[in-house]
Ligand binder design. Structure first.
Ligand code: BES
Ligand code: MN
Ligand code: ZN
Length: 499
């Protein structure tokens, strides 16, 4: 979608969008258009009693035209003093979806906010465009015969602003974040026969174009490092196992300790020898959503040249059953030296992260580590699909993550860690076992396992199993892969770790 910001004196042409506030109050450009059409907007609203001008409401007026105008769209924004960045993004997403549905190929938005609003009209324009971009996402690479009405046709968005240069500057960093979200969604959407560990690593290598330093460690390198936990997961697969190591060193002082993000990248999780039931197993192509979010974050911070040192580490592996696969009962030795009794080969994410976390703190001595993983089905039982679980050994980090999630609309809820749970994974034959052996507190047990590999570094674990994929459209997230985590982590970095 082409996005442009233009000066206030630009003439409205084609499809014009004007803002309406609560109780059908027209914005100044709306009033001007109403005058131009001899009260056409007021009459149209009167004839559409359900349209109140509230948030996420859009009214398309196909029959209202004026000189050079084909149609008018009324964009509901609710109370003007409650329009913040998130509300503007949602409005932009809803607007784009409905304009596209109506067959518009281009729209011109002149949405003025009153002076006492929470954000400026220019900032709102940038956020509207960001929301529209996020909603316009489609994954149709494998559709060879798409019906014209199913295609995304809205390809031009023009925003009238007081200061187009300022709006464009604000939008540029938003676009970088949208590119990160798009990358994450693409990776999660790709089928598991296409996006195998090496293919995922190739997509990471592409980030070198933006200035990210990318290293890909192969099976031999991982073996030399002693990553028996990670390698055990991949040993039943025909695919190789990889660890992607990405560095964006944007801090003015290169010696600033980096902050590190670690992603679970199981490109397909059959469960291994502890095989999953066949119903819905296809959904396990999304078991790399944590790694996808970290890749997306790296793209976002590099794209907007964030002034921070950010490390991204991805454990990329396929969990398959075969004659070579790891067995329930196997004991593996992790890079940390700790031994693990693998009682269930389907609790593989924690084995992947065990080595990835240890490697990260050992090599980079980060200020903190945050891992993202579709780790447990149990987090869906606890929190459903509306919030992700967060676990942490550090209250400040947990609080910052929570706040970042609230502000971007990627909600987290903190769940506890405690010694009593930790004891549940002590093993009779090794240092620990990878399951507790009962059905209780599955997400906490997973987090306790991870904590044994963080070596006292401030750390948080985000269990995103419930939020990585949605079956329903949302104003800024079409159904499918959500890209959850990219916007949240980008906000965390921008808010607290950029100098
Ligand atoms: N990838 C799954 C978790 C998952 C479940 C992700 C549903 C997305 C949706 C993970 O590897 C897994 O299989 N976890 C097991 C752990 C159990 C064996 C202790 C689970 O949740 O059942
Ligand atoms: Mn599993
Ligand atoms: Zn898994």
């Amino acid at each position: 979608m082409e996005i442009r910001f233009v000066a206030p004196d630009t003439l409205l042409t084609g499809t014009a969008v004007v803002a309406v506030f609560s109780d059908r109050t027209l914005s100044p450009p709306g009033k001007a258009l109403d005058d131009l059409t001899d009260g056409g907007l007021g009459r149209a609203m009167a004839a559409s009693p359900k349209f109140k001008g509230g948030r996420d409401e859009v009214l398309i007026l196909p029959s209202i035209a004026a000189d050079g105008l084909d149609r008018v769209i009324l964009l509901g924004l609710g109370a003007p003093d409650a329009v913040d960045a998130r509300a503007a993004q949602r409005a932009g997403g809803t607007l784009a979806a409905q304009a596209n549905q109506a067959g518009a190929t281009g729209i011109m938005v002149k949405a003025e906010l009153p002076g006492d609003a929470a954000i400026s009209t220019d900032a709102m324009a940038a956020e509207l465009a960001f929301g529209a971009l996020l909603r316009a996402y489609r994954f149709d690479r494998y559709k060879t015969d798409q019906k014209p009405e199913a295609k995304w046709t809205l390809n031009e968005l023009v925003l009238v602003c007081a200061d187009p240069a300022a709006a464009l500057a604000a939008f540029d960093s938003r676009r970088a974040v949208a590119d990160g979200v798009t990358l994450a969604r693409d990776l999660v959407s790709e089928p598991p026969n296409i996006l195998q560990p090496e293919a995922f690593a190739d997509r990471c290598r592409d980030l070198a174009d933006l200035g990210v330093e990318v290293e890909i460690l192969d099976d031999d390198a991982l073996k030399d490092l002693g990553m028996g936990a990670l390698l055990g997961v991949g040993q039943g697969s025909q695919c190789g196992t990889r660890l992607a190591v990405m560095q964006w060193m944007g801090a003015p002082d290169p010696a600033t300790p980096p902050i590190a993000f670690i992603g679970k990248g199981v490109t397909f999780d059959t469960g291994g020898i502890s095989l999953k039931p066949s119903a819905g197993m296809d959904e396990m192509k999304t078991d790399m959503a944590g790694a996808a979010a970290v890749a997306g974050l790296m793209r976002a911070v590099a794209g907007r040249k964030a002034k921070a040192n950010v490390i991204g580490i991805l454990g990329l592996v396929e969990n398959m059953p075969s004659g070579a696969a790891q067995r329930p009962g196997d004991v593996v030795t992790s890079m940390s030296g700790q031994t693990i009794e693998v009682l269930n080969t389907d609790a593989e994410g924690r084995l992947v992260l065990a080595d990835a976390l240890w490697y990260t703190q050992d090599r980079f001595k980060p200020a903190f580590m945050v891992d993202l993983a579709t780790l447990t089905g149990a987090v869906l039982i606890a929190l459903g699909q509306h919030k992700a679980g967060v676990f942490s050994n550090n209250d400040e980090l947990a609080e910052r993550l929570y706040e970042a999630g609230e502000s971007v609309g990627e909600a987290l809820w903190r769940l506890p860690l405690a010694d009593a749970y930790n004891k549940d994974i002590d093993s009779d034959v090794a240092d620990m076992k990878n399951i507790a052996g009962n059905r209780f507190a599955g997400s906490i047990i997973g987090a306790q396992f991870l904590q044994r590999f963080v070596n006292e570094v401030p750390w948080a674990h985000l269990d995103i199993a419930g939020v990585a994929w949605t079956k329903k459209d949302d104003p800024i997230t079409p159904k499918g892969a959500t890209g959850f985590g990219v916007r949240l982590l980008d906000r965390l970095v921008a808010e607290h770790y950029e100098s």
